[in-house]
Design a protein around this ligand. Structure first.
Ligand SMILES: CC(C)(COP(=O)(O)OP(=O)(O)OC[C@H]1O[C@@H](n2cnc3c(N)ncnc32)[C@H](O)[C@@H]1OP(=O)(O)O)[C@@H](O)C(=O)NCCC(=O)NCCS
Length: 204
């Protein structure tokens, strides 16, 4: 039996290198990543070092997904509102500084503090940290399939989801999948706006 290249499965540490490459390829024109690492050569070179520390956290505590054809990947974090106060970003800071350098890591932490200030804390949920599809096959349904895979599970579990859409075009994709705008956009200093969106589990 052959597996469809679009079939989605949970990623493991064995997929880490490929998964990081998928996200690095996918995000080169992503407005927030362009804001964090404005120089295109640095962005291309350093992106794997940007995504890797997040992937390590997600593989340990959340869910990473990859398509069988290795064209798309997503990272989801469990946000438990009872545990949120205990989070410590010290280790992430250290890994990001060694991954992308202190200057760019500081730019990420500006974004991160703006994200944290707006992050919903009224209900535990899955947080879509990153989803990416390599440019060659974007706009062919791979990303929608990747996200639906997780959202079906969340509906079954009665669990909500949250994302900051990095463009209005992305926001339209999330809206088609059941997300709604939540509060005002987050405007990075001299940079792009991001659109917080919340998705309650589908009922029935
Ligand atoms: C966003 C993304 C994951 C969607 O995956 P996909 O397989 O291309 O999307 P699908 O074919 O399932 O759905 C198409 C919809 O996705 C969105 N989309 C597709 N390509 C996109 C791109 N390059 N940038 C932003 N959104 C895109 C649009 O809403 C599009 O619908 P439209 O053509 O009517 O505007 C993918 O395009 C991508 O990796 N983009 C760059 C990285 C990124 O923006 N990640 C999300 C950060 S919040």
């Amino acid at each position: 039996m052959t597996t469809s290249p679009r079939a989605v499965r949970r990623a493991t540490t064995a997929d880490a290198k490929v998964l990081v490459r998928i996200l690095a390829d996918s995000f080169q024109d992503d407005p927030p990543l362009m804001w964090i690492i404005p120089d295109p050569d640095d962005r291309r070179r350093l992106s794997p070092g940007f995504f890797r520390p997040f992937l390590d956290i997600v593989l340990a505590t959340g869910d990473a997904h990859i398509t069988e054809g290795q064209t798309g990947a997503a990272m989801w974090l469990d946000v438990d509102i009872a545990a949120a106060a205990e989070e410590d970003s010290g280790e992430l800071r250290q890994f990001l500084v060694s991954g992308i350098g202190a200057e760019y890591a500081e730019r990420f932490f500006v974004l991160d503090s703006m994200f944290s200030a707006k992050h919903p804390n009224h209900e535990s949920h899955d947080y879509l940290l990153f989803v990416g599809v390599i440019p060659l096959v974007q706009n062919q349904g791979v990303g929608g399939g990747l996200l639906s895979h997780r959202l079906v599970g969340l509906d079954e579990a009665g669990r909500a989801a949250y994302v900051e859409a990095s463009s209005t075009r992305n926001a339209a994709l999330y809206a088609r999948l059941g997300f709604s705008p939540m509060g005002d956009p987050i405007k990075l200093p001299d940079g792009p706006a991001l659109y917080p969106m919340w998705r309650p589990p589908a009922s029935g």
